[in-house]
Design a protein around this ligand. Structure first.
Ligand code: TMP
Ligand code: ASP
Length: 261
């Protein structure tokens, strides 16, 4: 592999300098963490699956006019994206109670929410990504009021679109996390959807059985994590692309072709 400058290594991804100015390569690892790094592990094949799933979802969103950082997939584990200045706020959209909202407010998991709820968390590992309000976001200048408006509008559109997309393949979109960034095009500043959308960042439940098809299987030691991610890729019609890569020799678990193993 050619030497590239690494910009950042996160829990699930590595960012490298891209081939052209203003671009970044996102490399998807199999590593997984949960509960702010307390729990660590690897999920075989996760990077390959998330790279493809996120490519597909970002592509679909681009198609309805949601601006995203995604440019193109480069290989099994990497995609080329536009460089953005990440807004340090995680936007969580919820349709059904699960996870932290269930704990915090004592709502049984699986209870449909009266309407979709958007929450914000301040991206800060040391503080454990605390829940904050819109007031905090604008008062501390993490995003300006117009930026926050844009983020809210985009998040609602993304939720409506993805809820339909997943329901079409028999999956309930319970909740998910989004990240946005600022991108300059000449002198024009734009907000782009960034990071990834994958079973790492969404709760996805089988519409019939209620089976969890997401990272909760890892967080809660339920087993069958890779299989769940594969099922999501399969329902979206993506599993064949992952297996049928050049020479049909890519191992889905490792994402390596026979020359690399
Ligand atoms: P939560 O119920 O733990 O707050 O998670 C809500 C959604 O956001 C869930 O789909 C998982 C996703 N999420 C992330 O992608 N990264 C995170 O750091 C957290 C806390 C949640
Ligand atoms: N990825 C986050 C962490 O490592 C939280 C999570 O997804 O549960 O803490």
């Amino acid at each position: 592999m050619t030497r590239r400058r690494q910009i950042y290594e996160g829990k699930a991804k590595i960012l490298y300098e891209g081939p052209e100015p203003g671009t970044i390569i996102q490399h998807f690892k199999d590593d997984a963490t949960a509960f702010n790094n307390e729990k660590k592990g690897t999920i075989e094949g996760k990077g390959v699956l998330n790279n493809r799933i996120s490519e597909y979802i970002m592509g679909q969103l681009n198609g309805i006019g949601v601006p995203t950082h995604f440019i193109r997939r480069l290989n099994m584990r990497e995609q080329l994206v536009r460089q953005v200045e990440i807004i340090p706020v995680e936007v969580i959209v919820r349709n059904i109670a699960a996870g932290s909202i269930s704990k915090r407010l004592g709502i049984e998991e699986g209870t449909p929410l009266p309407r979709s709820i958007i929450e914000f968390c301040y991206k800060n590992d040391e503080l454990g990504d605390p829940l904050v309000s819109e007031e905090h976001v604008t008062a501390f200048g993490w995003a300006s009021p117009p930026e926050l408006d844009e983020i809210l509008q985009l998040s609602i559109r993304i939720n409506d679109f993805l809820s339909g997309l997943f329901m079409g393949v028999g999956i309930k979109l319970v909740d998910f996390k989004l990240e946005f960034g600022r991108h300059w095009e000449n002198d024009l500043l734009r907000i782009l959807l960034a990071d990834e959308i994958s079973p790492d960042s969404c709760r996805l439940w089988d519409a019939k059985s209620g089976d969890k098809l997401d990272k909760d299987r890892f967080r809660r030691d339920m087993g069958g994590v890779t299989e769940a991610y594969q099922e999501v890729a399969k329902r979206l019609g993506l599993l064949k692309d992952i297996q049928d890569t050049p020479d049909n020799v890519v191992n889905i678990a490792t994402g390596k072709n026979k020359d690399e193993t």
